[in-house]
Every structure is written in structure tokens, then in C-alpha cells.
Design a protein around this ligand. Structure first.
Ligand SMILES: [Zn+2]
Length: 325
């Protein structure tokens, strides 16, 4: 029985996940990032104790997914955009001290990808990308059934590959990243800037824009068309770079995927000339509302079960040691 903790900028979800990937108990609280790391961690441990009690289980381990950047080997958070002041905090230390069990932390996109790999759409795939489109764009690369890591074990920031250097400023400090053009807030911002004042499209969320497009509102439809174009362009880049078996799409914006898919596929076809793009399956994430929790629990399984219980050891040499042939 594994405790799952999914830490986002707005809310934190915690729960107990059984060995078949079912959530036995869950709860959530506001992140309240400005009240600090320790405050949030105390809430996490309280809720986790309550969930374990409700499910009548003792936790064997805990997995955590959190917005990055972070160091998954040490469990330390970096300078996370929507968790100001949390830099240097270590949720792994905090939670494992409280519960006395092995605990592992991953970037939330990697956690969700591991969940899909084990229990969801990605299950039969060895090489796939998981892309989550919401407030930002996160992505995870699964190669040969494992999370791909870069130098020093870092998580590649695919949402920040540059699509248009003359594009809008991004939260990361440069211009025209995929995220700045195609995450949910980009739809809001574009519509606010471009639609006539008479449309009252001032500050609509991506979800509201999609609902209006569904109702055939012209400017909302233009925002959706533009969103589909930039999503398609970014995905075309990923297909050219990785030629994966599949790309699994998740995140809040993808709840309206039916509005984007046809145009996205067209843009992908137009822009991928040298790899068999038609063979790349584009599928939607299948774990639903508890994807974050199930993914977080899977982080623990992936870290501590993959190597036959040799806790942490092989993981460390895999991802932190020098490359040898
Ligand atoms: Zn960026």
C-alpha cells in the first residue's frame, strides 16, 4: 500500500493506492504556497495519516509527484515557478521522517507518465512521450520503459523548447517557448488581446474559451484554432526529434481535446516529412482525475521495485554516475 502525494501550485492531492493502481482513499487541500513549505508538508502528513486510517492500511512507502525543477535523486526542490520560497525544501526527507518508510520524488510529468506506463494508455509502449497541457506544458520521455534523464539526472524541459523567438515572453524568461504559445493561459491572453471588446472575452479561462467555441462563438473558435496549430507544431517537433511509438496527452486543456485533434493532426502531418509520423499514435491519458495520485504511487514502485528491492542503489548509479560502455 503506497501513499501518493501530488503537489501542484494550486492544490495538493494525497491518497492511498493499492498494488493494482486503485485509489482506496483520497483527500486534498489548497497548496497555499505563500504560507511556506513546512506548512504544506504538515498538511500533507496529516491528510496522509487520515487517508491511511480510512483505508485501514499501513503505508509501505510513499511516492511524490511535484512541479519542477527538482532533483529526483536527492528529493530537493529547485526554483519552482508556482511554489515561491520552497527552493531547497525536501519533501522526501519530511515525509519519510514522519512515516518511517522509503519515499521517492519525481517531476509531476514523469510521475504521470509512469502511471500511464504501468496502468494506462502507455501500458504496451516502451518508447512514448507524455505531454500535459494545462497552466503550463510539461512532458516526460519514456525510453525503453524508463524515464529519460539528462545530465546530472535532470528532467528535460520540453515545454520550453522555442517555437517562435519573436513570440510572447515566457515565465522562464525567454520568448516564444511552446508553453508561452500553447498552454491554457496563452489562449486567455491571445483572446484578450485580439478579440473585439464587444465580445466580452476579457479574461476567460481556457475551459471557458473551449465551451464558447463549442457554442460556435467566432473568436473563441479562432483561439481554439490557434491553440490546435501551436499544439500541433510542438508535437510535430517532438515526433521529428524522437519518432516515438505514441504520444499520450493529458492535462486540463486536453479535456477539450476533441476541439483540437483534427487540426493538430493536420499540422503534424504537414511538418513531419522524414519520420513515419502516421505511425505515431496520438492518444489521450486514461487515468482520469486521480492520474496524479496513481502516478505518484507509481514513482515509488518504479524507484524501489524495479531493481528487485535494492533500494536506491542501482538508481543512483544509473542516473548519477558517469556513462561507460
Ligand atoms: Zn519558457
Amino acid at each position: 500500500m503506497i501513499g501518493g502525494v501530488d503537489i501542484g501550485g494550486t492544490k495538493i492531492a494525497v491518497g492511498v493506492v493499492d498494488p493494482s493502481g486503485c485509489v482506496l482513499a483520497r483527500d486534498e487541500c489548497a497548496t497555499d504556497a505563500q504560507r511556506g513549505f513546512e506548512h504544506a508538508m504538515r498538511q500533507v502528513t496529516t491528510l496522509l495519516h487520515q487517508c491511511a486510517e480510512r483505508a485501514k492500511v499501513k503505508l509501505d512507502g510513499i511516492g511524490i509527484g511535484c512541479a519542477g525543477p527538482l532533483d529526483s535523486a536527492t528529493g530537493t526542490l529547485g526554483n519552482v515557478n508556482n511554489l515561491p520560497g520552497w527552493k531547497g525544501g525536501n519533501p522526501v526527507d519530511f515525509v519519510s521522517r514522519e512515516f518511517g518508510v522509503a519515499t521517492a520524488l519525481e517531476n509531476d510529468a514523469d510521475a504521470a507518465a509512469l502511471g500511464e506506463l504501468r496502468w494506462g494508455t502507455g501500458r504496451p509502449k516502451m518508447r512514448f512521450l507524455y505531454v500535459t497541457v494545462g497552466t503550463g506544458i510539461g512532458a516526460s520521455v519514456i525510453l525503453n520503459g524508463k524515464v529519460y534523464r539528462g545530465v546530472d539526472g535532470c528532467h528535460p524541459e520540453i515545454g520550453h523548447h522555442i517555437i517562435d523567438p519573436s513570440g510572447p515572453p515566457c515565465t522562464c524568461g525567454v520568448r516564444g517557448c511552446w508553453e508561452s504559445l500553447a498552454a491554457g493561459p496563452a489562449m486567455t491572453e491571445w483572446l484578450r488581446k485580439h478579440s473585439p471588446a464587444t465580445c466580452a472575452n476579457g479574461n476567460l479561462s481556457a475551459r471557458e474559451i473551449c465551451a464558447r467555441a463549442q457554442d460556435s462563438e467566432e473568436w473563441a473558435q479562432r483561439a481554439v484554432e490557434r491553440e490546435a496549430y501551436y499544439l500541433g507544431l510542438g508535437l510535430a517537433n517532438l515526433i521529428t526529434l524522437f519518432a516515438p511509438e505514441a504520444i499520450v496527452l493529458g492535462g486540463s486543456v486536453m479535456k477539450s481535446a476533441h476541439l483540437f485533434l483534427d487540426r493538430m493532426r493536420e499540422v503534424m502531418r504537414q511538418n513531419c516529412r522524414l519520420v513515419p509520423a502516421d505511425r505515431v499514435e496520438i492518444t489521450l491519458a486514461s487515468l482520469g482525475a486521480d492520474a496524479g495520485l496513481i502516478g505518484a504511487a507509481q514513482v515509488w514502485h518504479d524507484r524501489f521495485e524495479r531493481h528487485g528491492g535494492e533500494v536506491g542503489h542501482e538508481y543512483a548509479s544509473d542516473h548519477r554516475g558517469p556513462v561507460s560502455s
